[in-house]
Design a protein around this ligand. Structure first.
Ligand SMILES: [Zn+2]
Length: 643
């Protein structure tokens, strides 16, 4: 029966096309929810172009587009398709990325896949309002499925979605006292409150406000956790708990700001900054993410970060940037997206790592110094260590693309992050406007915007100026704007005419930042650069349509940087067919370095970088640095040679 459904419902979604939320102004928070600085645009308002579209196509042609054809957790036995197999988080996780991927690419094949899954959920709600596989009694996977449905609704206008959600939340409100949140759901309650806000903004059902407050009381107190932070460094196996779990912490980035919409308590919103302060101090890595393998792992660059934590932190930051309007959060989002995200995959996105290391010189099966993870965690493969990341990684690129642009509180538009794209939205006065963004950012420093309102219209356009872009220039129709400040949104309010052009220049000087043991990382714009280490890929075993791989180094990696005048030579090239491929990276930096004898392997990883400065009598060589995301073997946190 399920096989015939996609066809029938494809007709349904066509007939609902004129209700598509994408044709409406962005939905704002409804009182008493607090107004956000920016509101998300409906899914498909932003269309990826250029290298970003290519990246999404790579993802679609890779595992994302085919995983349900061979991975047992997602085949037709899934409980989320009415089967008796996996009935917990994996189906919803997969869809949380497949839905935006399918609709952003407007892919007939992927949309048909989406419908098969979504229709099962929409058509099998139980009379009491419960949803999903009958054998699942955990609230948590439903949190994810509801996020899936909000995206699907925004892309299609399928009115079955709000109808199901109203019945479901009424059921939850009735049941939550006798069947309270447990285990993962206790720590991930922010994701449910988020969807409650989404529905409240569209229906105004007052019981939803009470439900959100109740969940906040049953949920873990993350605000208190970070106000009195107890984990300054790598935890022991005995200390590992759900509150030290890196994915829960990445998801918690959103929790206080999202809940602040309900509580109207400024200190809830600002709890985000206390989280970032203590997590940066004790667990931040040079690739922009917090260390956790899979519990708090400290700042040594040979500790890992789980891929689920990368994509969840990105989603949290997308939301938090919208709620606060804080440009610094957009900087963080870009750093993760352009570095830690692509690094965890092979170029063609058919294999991923569970844990990535900033200093990663050998990928194979052995016990590394993880807090709790197993010996397969840094393999590139189908499901190294555990299959959660296999199910969950899909949301990374598509949600980033969807959130490049947001609506501002004053009915304008904000460029929250940069990548080639096009946005179509309804702004002040109900005027439709299209903005085309041409750029090779983050590889190059120039962004060109072409503004095309359907008729002349006055509205604010906010452009994020990254904190590192101290010499940023913003020009409107060739005339430089005054008051451009690094680390803030620059606001341009004027009467826009079709064909107006905005040029952004974000000069990308090479920067050296300091890390564990006073090591140095090399950054340029939002990209982090790593020593290119020769890679020998070895297939360990076939895994259905893909395989598991080990990677061994074929060149030396034990270099210290020689800093000083002329230390770095930047060379820009074209963005290739694989934007984060290592074969012909779009940017490379020639650097001066000396080998450090005695800096060797330790437990399958490079030993932590020796305390800098280091003394070495080895000759100065020129080494090749390439974007972190392209270097599957690499050194990122370098010792620094004394002069
Ligand atoms: Zn995972």
């Amino acid at each position: 029966m399920a096989r015939t459904l996609p066809v029938i419902l494809a007709v349904f979604s066509l007939s609902a096309a004129d209700l598509r939320p994408v044709d409406q102004p962005a939905v704002k928070n409804r009182a008493p929810l607090v107004a956000a600085a920016f509101n998300p645009l409906p899914l498909t308002a932003v269309k990826p172009r250029g290298w970003l579209r290519r990246q999404l196509e790579i993802q679609a042609h890779g595992q994302s587009g085919h995983l349900d054809e061979f991975w047992p957790s997602l085949t037709s036995d899934s409980g989320w398709l009415g089967g008796t197999g996996e009935s917990w988080e994996r189906g919803p996780y997969f869809l949380d990325g497949l839905v935006p991927l399918a609709y952003l690419l407007d892919s007939v094949e992927l949309k048909a896949k989406v419908l098969r899954w979504v229709n099962w959920t929409l058509e099998n709600q139980r009379p009491d309002g419960a949803m999903g596989p009958v054998k699942n009694t955990d609230w948590w996977p439903n949190f994810v499925e509801l996020k899936v449905l909000t995206q699907y609704y925004e892309a299609t206008g399928d009115t079955r979605v709000p109808a199901l959600m109203r019945r479901y939340f009424a059921y939850m409100a009735k049941s939550i006292d006798e069947r309270p949140l447990k285990e993962w759901a206790i720590y991930r309650w922010g994701d449910q409150v988020l969807t409650i806000a989404w529905l409240y903004n569209r229906t105004g059902d007052a019981f939803l406000l009470d439900l959100a407050r109740k969940l906040s009381r049953q949920g873990y107190n993350w605000k208190g956790h970070f106000a009195d932070f107890q984990y300054p460094g790598k935890v022991t196996k005995e200390q590992a708990q759900l509150k030290t779990h890196v994915v829960n912490n990445a998801m918690a980035i959103k929790t206080s700001p999202v809940y602040s919409l309900f509580s109207a308590d400024r200190s809830d919103r600002d709890a985000l900054y206390q989280l970032l302060k203590v997590m940066d101090e004790h667990h931040l890595m040079p690739n922009g993410v917090h260390g956790g393998d899979e519990h708090y792992a400290g700042r040594s660059p040979v500790q890992g970060t789980e891929l689920c934590a990368v994509v969840e932190a990105m989603f949290s930051l997308e939301l938090a940037t919208g709620i606060t309007g804080d440009a610094a959060l957009g900087d963080r989002l870009e750093k993760m997206t352009f570095n830690a995200l692509p690094a965890a995959f092979d170029t063609q996105m058919w294999a991923h790592q569970y844990d990535q290391q900033p200093n990663q010189v050998l990928v194979d099966i052995q016990r590394r110094d993880w807090t709790t993870n197993g010996p397969e965690s840094n393999l590139f493969g189908l499901e190294p260590n555990f299959g959660c990341c296999t199910a969950n990684f899909h949301q990374g690129w598509p949600k980033f693309a969807a959130n490049l642009w947001m609506a501002t509180a004053e009915d304008g538009l904000a460029a929250v992050a940069y990548a080639p794209s096009e946005v179509a939205a309804v702004v002040r006065g109900g005027v439709r406007v299209k903005i085309t963004e041409e750029t090779q950012y983050p590889f190059k420093d120039r962004v060109d915007l072409r503004v095309e309102p359907a008729k002349a219209a006055t509205f604010p356009l906010l452009v994020r100026v990254p904190a590192w872009a101290e010499k940023a220039v913003v020009e409107v129709n060739g005339k430089a704007e005054s008051g451009v400040r690094a680390g803030a949104f620059h606001r341009i309010e004027r009467r826009w005419q079709s064909g107006d052009r905005v040029l952004l220049r974000f000069p990308m000087d090479v920067r050296v930042t300091r890390w564990h043991n006073n090591s140095a990382a090399v950054e340029r714009g939002p990209l982090v650069f790593s020593l290119r280490v020769g890679e020998e890929w070895r297939k360990l075993r076939e895994r259905g349509m893909t395989a598991d791989w080990a990677v061994s180094p074929t060149t030396a990696w034990n270099y210290a940087l020689v800093l000083g005048d002329g230390a770095f030579q930047v060379k820009e090239g074209a963005v290739g067919e694989y934007p984060f491929g290592g074969e012909s990276p779009a940017v490379r930096i020639a650097a001066k370095a000396r080998k450090v004898p005695g800096w060797e392997m330790q437990n399958g990883s490079a030993a932590p970088p020796p305390q800098s400065p280091v003394t070495t009598g080895e000759p100065v060589e020129t080494v090749d640095l390439i974007p972190y995301g392209a270097a599957k073997l690499r050194i990122t946190a370098f010792p620094v040679a004394s002069r």
